[in-house]
Design a protein around this ligand. Structure first.
Ligand code: 5GP
Length: 112
């Protein structure tokens, strides 16, 4: 069964997409937890960090250069947080690998 993020990739459901290339997609989170809350996802269906294969190394590196560039274009020069929830204890809701970019306010540490 397709995840909600696969449906966004396939344009079966709408999303506020702010970046796309051959390998990934970035869109605004539907329930933002900060003034800037963007999700960056690979188009390849990888369920979580735990499901990343060795052959995905280049893809994961690409996602982080996209995150870097998006943070710059979103004016997050004061700092931002990149979060990947993995599995039930981390509260992962959508079983498609995604990186949250959170910014536009000061973050607290440690996260809850
Ligand atoms: P997780 O808890 O799995 O790390 O994060 C999933 C994120 O996806 C949540 O922040 C949630 O608000 C977001 N989300 C869930 N469904 C949708 C959707 O249909 N559209 C968008 N744009 N974001 C979604």
């Amino acid at each position: 069964m397709s995840t909600i993020f696969k449906k966004i990739i396939d344009r079966e459901i709408p999303a506020d997409i702010i970046y796309e290339d051959d390998l990934c997609l970035a869109f605004n989170d539907i329930n933002p937890k900060a003034p800037v809350h963007v999700l960056v996802i690979p188009k390849k269906e990888i369920a979580s960090t735990d499901d990343i294969a060795d052959e995905d190394k280049e893809l994961i590196g690409h996602l982080f250069t996209v995150i870097r560039d998006l943070a710059r274009s979103l004016n997050l020069g004061d700092g931002y947080r990149v979060v990947a929830n993995c599995g039930p204890h981390a509260g992962q809701e959508v079983p498609h690998l995604h990186y949250h970019i959170l910014g536009g306010r000061r973050m607290t540490w440690p996260p809850g």
